[in-house]
Design a protein around this ligand. Structure first.
Ligand SMILES: Cc1cn([C@H]2C[C@H](O)[C@@H](COP(=O)(O)OP(=O)(O)OP(=O)(O)O)O2)c(=O)[nH]c1=O
Length: 192
């Protein structure tokens, strides 16, 4: 049985969408960025730490075989955006994204205890120009508060997206094609 080391309802929905059976548990880790750490290193390190924490937390689960952890960040001008702390934080993020292209990085780690493999998926997303009143109204919907970059492409935030190049599911939190490939590779490695 796959353990999904995540509290994200989006990741659970996405895994269910491709028919992968799993049990979810939360894997709390310190999400602080290290000095001089690149966005690519940061997002992959967090995915690995979530998978490792999930492996430890599921030690007494008899059916544990593989554990999956993932992390998503929004990056613009080398600046990493996680979830907003408050409205001011969300407004600052959305002002930076307004009328610009940014990257969404999602890393996924699968571990079998002995082995682990991490993939990184990068998607370019372009936003229309946002007015201050649009940003405030969007914050009032409650949608931005638990989303990297303060928006959800799968929700109301979808109306701000003029263009996307890459993986839509990766922006929502889990790249379906790449995750399925990764799970197939790790399942085979585990059986041998
Ligand atoms: C950009 C974007 C992010 N997001 C979400 C995906 C992630 O759930 C969240 C980024 O936070 P993460 O720290 O990657 O994940 P999480 O805290 O929600 O869940 P966990 O660590 O337990 O796995 O932002 C969207 O839902 N839609 C979007 O368009």
């Amino acid at each position: 049985m796959l353990i999904l080391a995540s509290q994200s309802p989006r990741r659970a929905e996405l895994l269910s969408q491709i028919g992968v059976p799993f049990t979810a548990l939360s894997a709390d880790i310190d999400e602080s960025i290290l000095p001089n750490e690149t966005p690519e290193h940061y997002v992959q390190r967090l995915a690995q730490q979530k998978a490792q924490a999930g492996w430890r937390a599921s030690a007494d689960t008899a059916k544990r075989r593989l554990v999956l952890g993932a992390d998503t960040v929004v990056v613009i001008n080398e600046q990493v955006m996680g979830k907003p702390k408050d409205f001011d934080d969300a407004r600052a993020m959305l002002n930076l994204l307004s009328g610009q292209q940014h990257q969404v990085l999602t890393a996924v780690t699968v571990t079998s205890g002995q082995r682990f493999e991490t993939i990184l998926v990068k998607t370019d997303v372009t936003f229309c120009a946002l007015s201050p009143s649009q940003i405030e109204a969007y914050w009032q919907t409650g949608e931005p508060k638990d989303k990297a970059g303060s928006y959800a492409i799968q929700g109301i935030g979808g109306k701000f997206v003029t263009h996307i190049k890459g993986s839509y599911s990766a922006v929502v939190g889990l790249p379906l094609y790449e995750t399925n490939q990764l799970l197939s590779r790790m399942s085979q490695a585990h059986e041998c």
